[in-house]
Design a protein around this ligand. Structure first.
Ligand SMILES: [Zn+2]
Length: 335
């Protein structure tokens, strides 16, 4: 895939193209930034450019074809996304790098999910970064670069990637996926700047179950006389075991929208633009302070669920805290 087809990241593309044309390439790069914004995609496009005998990812030369078919002899790929990368993996790469490149001017090792290298693996890699060989290059890709040894980070030229702007994602969705405009806008807002997020297997959850969850929640009766309703909804949510982080995300986005409404921001800023009525209804019962408290409550539950507490109990507590009526807001509005 040529640069032009990769969404966003113009600054990073420019920097790499300039370094390539001026022959000022670093021996190690670290592509860091959120999950799913196209870091690996850009790394591969860059490597293809580097290998191409015409220097432009022509797609026709032998190098381009070999790279596209996944058998370029000078390309080594280590994938840390499914499992950890061990010291033996790094040693095997280092052995391969003893030889001169077979076809291209460089041997390139791409390490995706670089933070999944064990400590020993990172220490081993550090040797290669400290004494770089001519004609070799490492590209580390990581959504959690903080987990890398500081000495590794300081040996790499760091390219930071940001989330994609919602507008860019929206255009991409309606263009390539034939999503109707409403879905495209919704997915773009939900994706939080990451293309992978909106295309994951969670897509149906966000399109279909999100409205249901929020409707159930906003219809909860007053706690004092209807505790049962809270237990029932908590049970229903806790039963969606694999989706618990997404359910919490749904509540977070809903109260974030509520906050936006209270701050007078336009509906177009809402993630739940399709549920603007619910957002307005909620904000009529809240103050900015009470909404912030509820966002805090969601964060608390996120922490406790990560510590393996009982999800049913966690959701009961969460629903009660989220339904708490702020006396200040209520009295403000009844005056
Ligand atoms: Zn080519």
């Amino acid at each position: 895939m040529p640069y032009s087809q990769i969404l966003g990241h113009d600054r990073q593309k420019q920097l790499l193209s300039k370094a390539l044309s001026a022959d000022r390439l670093a021996s190690a790069y670290l592509f860091s930034g959120p999950e799913g914004v196209g870091k690996k995609l850009l790394a591969k496009a860059f490597i293809k450019n580097l290998f191409c005998v015409n220097g432009n990812s022509c797609g026709h030369c032998r190098s381009c074809r070999q790279f596209e078919e996944g058998n370029h002899p000078d390309f080594i790929f280590l994938d840390g996304t499914p499992s950890t990368i061990k010291i033996d993996d790094i040693r095997a790469v280092q052995k391969g790098l003893h030889f001169r490149p077979a076809e291209a001017d460089h041997r390139v090792c791409l390490i995706d999910g670089a933070e999944k290298m064990t400590h020993a693996a990172q220490t081993a890699l550090l040797k290669s970064l400290e004494e770089p060989k001519l004609h070799t290059m490492f590209i580390l890709v990581s959504a959690n670069a903080e987990a890398l040894l500081p000495t590794i980070r300081s040996r790499c030229q760091n390219l930071k990637f940001n989330r994609l702007p919602v507008e860019a994602l929206r255009g991409k969705f309606s263009q390539t996926l034939e999503e109707d405009q409403n879905h495209a806008a919704l997915l773009a807002a939900l994706a939080d700047g990451s293309f992978k997020n909106s295309l994951s297997d969670k897509r149906d959850f966000y399109l279909q179950e999100r409205p249901e969850i929020l409707q159930d929640f906003t219809r909860l009766p007053l706690l004092e006389s209807h505790v049962d309703a809270y237990f029932t909804l908590a049970g229903k949510l806790a039963a969606k075991k694999n989706l618990i982080p997404d359910i919490l995300e749904v509540f977070k986005l809903f109260f974030r929208d509520t906050l936006f409404e209270l701050q007078g921001r336009p509906e177009s800023d809402f993630v739940n633009a399709d549920l603007a009525g619910l957002v307005r209804h909620q904000s009529s019962k809240e103050s900015i302070a009470s909404t912030l408290k509820k966002l805090e409550a969601i964060r608390d539950i996120e922490d406790s669920i990560n510590k393996n507490t009982n999800p049913q109990l966690s959701f009961e507590v969460l629903l009660m805290r989220l339904s708490d009526q702020p006396s200040s807001a209520a009295s403000n509005r009844t005056v």
